[in-house]
Structure formats: C-alpha cells, structure tokens
Write a protein that binds this ligand. Structure first.
Ligand code: NDP
Length: 309
C-alpha cells in the first residue's frame, strides 16, 4: 500500500498551491485530482481578478499553469476520486474509486464545491438536452439561439454575459427584486442589450419535445400579483451556487449546516487531528480562486507544523 506524508484531495487552486508549498518544504505528498482536473475554474472564461495577469487569464490555462508548476517542483499526482477515508486509524486509510487504498499521515481536503440545481424533475428529464450548469462548457451549442440563466449572483451574471456573445437573446431569471452580484457584474448585464432580466421570477418547469423549447415561470410567487407565464428558450443554465464536496468524508469531519467543513480556529485544522481543509470546501463566505490558493498555502504550512510536532 502506497504511503504518503500528506494526501491532498482536490485539484483546484487550493490543492495545487498546497502541493507547491509541501514539495518546496521537502514533504512527500500525493495529490488526487478528482474527476474534473483543475476544478471549477476550468469551467469559467477569463479570470480578471487573479493577481499577476494584467490582461486576465483563461481559467483552464491558469489551472494548467498551477498544475505544471507543482509537477515541475516534484509533486506527485494521481487521477481518480477518493471514495472513502478512514480517519479512525493512524495513518489514515484512503480508498480510491479504482479500489486502490493508500495511507497518509495527514490529509488536506481541497475538494471544492459542485453546482446546485433547482430540484425540478424537468432538470433531470432534459439533462444534456438543453439543461446545463456550465455556460462555458455548453454555450457553444446555443449560438444564435435563446437561452435562460437562473440566478442573481456573480456566476449567473458572468454566464449571462458570456452567453450573450453566442446566443441571440439571454433571459436572466432572478428570484428576488435585485441582483446579488458585484457592482461591476451588475452593470455589465444591465448594460447588455441582449440580456433581459426577469426579477421576482421563479422557474416551475420546462417543456419541449426531445429537448428544451421553453420554461414555465411564475412572477411574484405567493402574492396577490402572482402571474404564470412561459418563455421560449433553447437552453436553460443553472447558476444558483454550489454545494461543498464533502460526502466522501462520511460524517467523520465536522461540517456546518450547509455542509462546509468547519475549521477549528484561525488555521486550516478540522476537528480531526491531522486533517486540514482548504478552499471552497471550507469557505462559505469568500469562495474566490485567490482565497482558495491562499488557503492551500496555509494548509501546507499547518501540515508542516503538525508533522514536525
Ligand atoms: P451566490 O451564492 O453568490 O448566488 C447564487 C444566486 O442564485 C443568488 O442570486 C440566489 O438568489 C440564487 N439562487 C439560489 N438558490 C436559488 C433557487 N433555488 N432558485 C432561484 N435562485 C436561486 O453564488 P455564485 O455562484 O454566483 O457565486 C459564488 C461566489 O463566487 C460568490 O462569492 C461570488 O462573488 C463569487 N464569484 C466571483 C466571480 C468573480 O469575481 N469573477 C465569478 C463567479 C463567482 P438569492 O440572492 O435570492 O439568494
């Protein structure tokens, strides 16, 4: 069974940064990359708020750079998913989806978060037939078509803006009467003539023969102004936030009420000694690439201090 001093789970900015710091501290580590190598940033367009790139950088390129930097310094990486971690034993025993088991003295959980869906049966019915949670991945299929994006945060605005360069028209379906996105993103969608914002609106269903042809919407739901109406669309994009990827931990690490890993203090330690967490999986608040990278650095330093103790 392969043994490592530190097993890093996840290949986003947190995981790669932790690997960079650990190998530079001469601590043997292995990074398990997960299904989506590079994490969420590989599904975005240009990143303009990661310092060091005056003209912005493509998300996939940024993640490839981080990966290559870690590899160049000597980090070990393995593709695959961690399906279980036994934290009752020392060293920890980690099981991968190919059945392989590994042991590790410490673990950094950097598994990020996954897109949320509304929970409508139609989202499943039309999965891959007009429903998507990634505009960058699927937007190309909707050139000169009409699409809708659900959500009022930065992701929704960014996706609506991105899709407006491909599609003929973009509806932005926002359940409240305001956008939660940053001022800059709000301005970008408000000033975009191809984007129509539907405030106070919820989606109740989708319709279409063999693919999405429209959405059933309700405005001012539950009030005396409630109004049902349909829009004709070809694509329906979810951008309503993310759920932290913590299921494989099997309840062994303490989580908050939303499922994010609880850190015990000002460092990256969890309630299990030797298990640390970094990035979106433990960050319900900031959820930024640069914050995740910083947390990966902190986790690596915490691991080094823990091992030297
Ligand atoms: P957010 O949690 O910020 O926003 C989620 C949006 O989806 C909100 O408008 C929310 O509505 C709406 N929503 C949630 N559930 C439902 C539902 N069931 N039905 C309808 N609408 C729903 O998530 P984001 O993914 O947008 O952003 C996450 C973090 O990442 C944020 O901190 C954001 O600033 C950051 N980010 C930064 C970017 C950048 O700087 N370039 C790009 C993308 C994200 P409500 O407001 O009513 O709760």
């Amino acid at each position: 069974m392969e043994h490592t001093k530190c097993l890093i789970i996840g290949s986003g900015p947190a995981g790669y940064t932790a690997a960079i710091y650990l190998v530079r501290s001469a601590i043997d580590c292995l990074l398990i990359e997960g299904l989506q190598v590079g994490g969420q940033l590989t599904q975005t367009t240009t990143i303009e708020n990661f310092p060091g790139f005056p003209d912005g950088i493509d998300g996939t390129q940024l993640m490839d750079n981080m990966r290559q930097q870690a590899l160049n310094l000597g980090a070990k990486m393995q593709q695959g998913m961690v399906t279980a971690v036994d934290m009752a034993q020392r060293p920890f025993v980690v099981t991968l989806d190919n059945g392989e088991t590994l042991t590790a003295d410490t673990v950094i959980v950097a598994t990020g978060a996954t897109a949320k869906y509304l929970g409508l049966p139609d989202e499943t019915k039309y999965a891959g037939q007009g429903v998507s949670a990634c505009a960058t991945c699927d937007g190309f299929f909707y050139r000169k078509r009409v699409v809708a994006v659900v959500g009022g945060g930065d992701t929704a605005c960014e996706e609506a803006d991105y899709l407006s360069h491909l599609a003929r028209k973009v509806y932005l379906i926002v359940r409240k009467d305001y956008l939660r996105a940053s001022e800059a993103m709000q301005r970008r969608v408000m000033e975009n003539e191809k984007i129509e914002i539907l405030f106070n609106t919820n989606t109740v269903g989708l319709f279409g023969e063999g693919g999405v042809e429209g959405a059933h919407l309700v405005r001012f739901k539950g009030t005396d102004k409630e109004e049902l109406f349909d829009i004709a669309i070809d694509g329906f994009f979810l951008a309503i936030g993310h759920r932290p990827n913590t299921e494989f931990l099997g309840g062994q690490v303490e989580l908050d009420e939303q499922g994010y890993i609880k850190l015990t203090g000002h460092n990256t330690a969890t309630n299990v000694e030797g298990v640390f967490a970094a990035g979106d999986v433990a960050d319900p608040h900031y959820r930024q690439a640069i914050a995740a990278a910083a947390a990966g650095c902190r986790a690596a330093i915490d691991v080094k201090q823990y091992l030297s103790r």
